[in-house]
Write a new protein. Structure first.
Length: 202
């Protein structure tokens, strides 16, 4: 696994899911290369993901909620400094405060699911590429890969969106990325893969 740019065009989890949802949207993004403007949801997801990635860069025993919240604040300040126009995504200050409070609550909720001080990731935000036997190029930036005591690799995909209430919809939508990353990692390492439904992160 490596942290770099893709070596050639390939199918990613987000694009595969997008094609399932709307082939026309897939064409506009991939073929016509039309970019969508940022939204509150995408800004939230990017900021939370960055904070969690940096949390696991810290020494294990320092990974508490206070550090995670401070990293979240640092990520937001950096984003605002680099692009002050992101504030135009909010209707007013109250709208921004609600958004920011939701972001902080996601960090708090994360600590109800996992204990970062008990984990030592095998990799973070790593680029995995591979080609299937049918010649399909796959790639994915995996949020985190943990190695179990028995050597098994566990793919962790953070989710900040709202989970579908129906369990079948949850498996068919929110787990697409994890299934895809598991397959990509399997092809990359040339090892068998298995899938169990993950818990929702954050």
């Amino acid at each position: 696994m490596r942290n770099s740019r893709p070596s050639h065009p390939a199918l990613s989890a987000s694009r595969a899911k997008e094609y399932q949802r709307c082939p026309l949207q897939f064409r506009l993004h991939v073929v016509d290369r039309i970019k969508e403007p940022p939204t509150q949801a995408t800004l939230l997801g990017t900021t939370v993901h960055s904070a969690l990635e940096n949390l696991y860069a810290a020494p294990r025993m320092q990974r508490d909620e206070a550090l995670a919240q401070s990293l979240l604040e640092r990520e937001w300040k950096t984003t605002l400094e680099q692009d002050p126009t992101v504030m135009s995504l909010f209707t007013d200050h109250a709208d921004f405060e609600r958004w920011y409070a939701r972001m902080r609550s996601m960090i708090s909720n994360y600590f109800q699911i996992e204990e970062p001080r008990a984990l030592e990731p095998h990799s973070r935000e790593a680029l995995v590429e591979g080609t299937t036997q049918d010649g399909v190029h796959l790639l994915g930036y995996i949020d985190r890969v943990d190695r179990a005591p028995n050597g098994d690799l566990r793919v962790i995909d953070y989710k900040t969106g709202k989970a579908p209430s129906d369990s079948k919809k949850r498996l068919s939508s929110k787990c697409v990325s994890t299934r895809f990353f598991s397959a990509s990692l399997s092809v990359y390492l040339n090892v068998p893969s298995s899938f169990t439904s993950p818990r929702k992160r954050s």
